[in-house]
Design a protein around this ligand. Sequence first.
Ligand code: R7I
Ligand code: MG
Ligand code: MG
Length: 325
Amino acid sequence: MNTDLKAKFTGALLGSAIGDALGAPVEGYSMEKVKAVYGEGEMKAGRYTDDTEMMIGVAESLIANRGFNGADMALRFILNYDATRRYGPGSKEVLGRIHAGESWREASKQIFGGEGSYGNGAAMRIAPVGIFYCDNAELLREIAYKSSHITHSHVLGKEGAALQAYSIALALHGHKADMPSRLKGFVKDVSFKNIALAKEYCTIGTTNDVYKEKLSKLEQLLGKQTAKAELITELGTGEAAFDSVPTAIYSFIHANSFKDAVMYAIRLGGDTDTIGAMTGAISGAYYGEAAIPGAWLDNLEEGAKGRSYIKRLGAELYRIKIQTS
Ligand code: R7I
Ligand code: MG
Ligand code: MG
């Protein structure tokens, strides 16, 4: 553990928030429409969305409990909840159910016909878990699954969060070119229970080994000149975890700087704030806080839980990490 590592902790959290804020004004836009808004990649608004608000809740809870506490994390999600930050419909319903008295262990199982959500809402907020559990892959997976479960009980939502968390941990340790092979060794064989859903929602049309197949595809696409349109078709830019986490990983590996990685991700269109946040988290963990363009940092919202607070959360997680390891 050294001071560089501290800059990687703060870089991961700030990077996540910046990717979210940069992508927010164009969320849901096509690649062509994003191009019309973003020229050279100047920050437009600087206001973050649910991705960062929930990431803050994860960090606050890990710090307060020096580790995972599900009831506390759920409570923080509810206390921090601000509807103007544009939450996903599943997460909004689950948090409402917990607020109304349902157990945090049960509420997430009630949505999407009892299957639970495989949206990217668990992966988008996972950066604190990725950095805090960076040196223990199985514990990282366990805490990724447990923290996801508060809102996302579908295994593909949880595994997507674990994959994103492990990507952040690998980036923190300086792995880039060998990231795909390491990730393939990490992911579990997670299958859809419902084959029709798999065909409808997984852009490569597979029914099992969803993440393994996406990672193989990612390796192929990295190995050649790939146009954005092909990447979008093959890896996806949607709100499902399996249509966005691999895309963020690709964006990080494909680019050679924090700025290029995040702008590449956002220029794909689709779920831009979330793919931006996830790319920013991995890239911030790899390059460190100093690599984040100053103009972007200056434009990220300030206030009670703004950029200074997010930086403090990263520093605090680092402090606890070095005390306990
Ligand atoms: O995952 P979640 O919190 O959404 C996060 C997204 C990000 O883009 C944020 O920036 C914010 O805008 O919302 O919310 P969910 O509603 O749980 O999941 C997101 C979407 O994934 C859902 O609205 C569905 O379209 C889809 N989805 C599913 N569809 C069918 N069956 C997730 N799980 C299922 C499912 O089981
Ligand atoms: Mg959002
Ligand atoms: Mg989004």
